[in-house]
Write a protein that binds this ligand. Structure first.
Ligand SMILES: CC(C)(COP(=O)(O)OP(=O)(O)OC[C@H]1O[C@@H](n2cnc3c(N)ncnc32)[C@H](O)[C@@H]1OP(=O)(O)O)[C@@H](O)C(=O)NCCC(=O)NCCS
Length: 165
């Protein structure tokens, strides 16, 4: 009983269980912060504002209480989509949250009539590769020296694909 109350209290203190919902225009600042903390080449607030306003871009946020702790962004074109970015805040990683975020995002893409999804992932990004493989994506191509790191190092990208039926 105490255990249950304890876990409820901890949940309440953190703002309850994380929820996945469509991002709104006001999220641009927080999304840009989170993106900048997760990627070497961060997207600015203005880029998020544009994406949140575009009809061919789908953005979901992962929210815990008042905090945005993750997001997923895709661009749609006819019955195809590309996942442009997905991230979970560094202090929330390793809890399986990205899986829920991605599956919900894919469900919405399917609802918008998307049948094929592509994405690019850095070859050594094991958490991301694992996430996509578990979600049914397969490697369909490789792009040599596709990413350039801050230190000048060039890294390969894998192109992954999943068909929705
Ligand atoms: C990729 C990312 C979204 C995953 O989020 P997460 O919520 O921590 O993911 P999960 O907890 O669901 O873990 C995903 C998988 O990676 C595995 N994993 C985590 N850290 C790992 C590591 N260092 N090495 C190998 N595998 C790892 C987990 O075990 C899990 O696999 P499993 O389902 O078989 O157990 C998160 O790491 C992130 O935001 N990274 C920075 C941004 C980024 O690289 N995004 C992807 C760009 S394409």
């Amino acid at each position: 009983m105490m255990g249950q109350i304890g876990s409820w209290l901890r949940g309440w203190w953190r703002g309850g269980d994380p929820v996945i919902e469509p991002a709104i225009p006001r999220d641009a600042t927080h999304l840009a912060q989170l993106h900048g903390a997760s990627f070497h080449r961060g997207w600015g607030e203005a880029e998020f504002e544009t994406m949140l306003a575009e009809r061919n871009t789908l953005v979901h946020r992962l929210r815990q209480g008042r905090k945005i702790i993750g997001f997923a962004v895709s661009r749609l074109a006819a019955d195809e989509a590309e996942i442009l970015s997905i991230a979970v805040a560094a202090d929330q990683r390793g809890r399986g949250l990205s899986r829920d975020l991605l599956m919900t995002h894919l469900g919405h893409l399917a609802g918008r009539g998307v049948r094929t999804i592509f994405l690019e992932v850095e070859e050594n990004n094991q958490p991301a590769r694992r996430l996509y493989e578990r979600a049914g994506f397969a490697v369909v191509g490789r792009r040599e020296r596709y990413y350039r790191e801050a230190n000048g190092e060039q890294l390969n990208a894998l192109l992954m694909r999943r068909d929705l039926s």
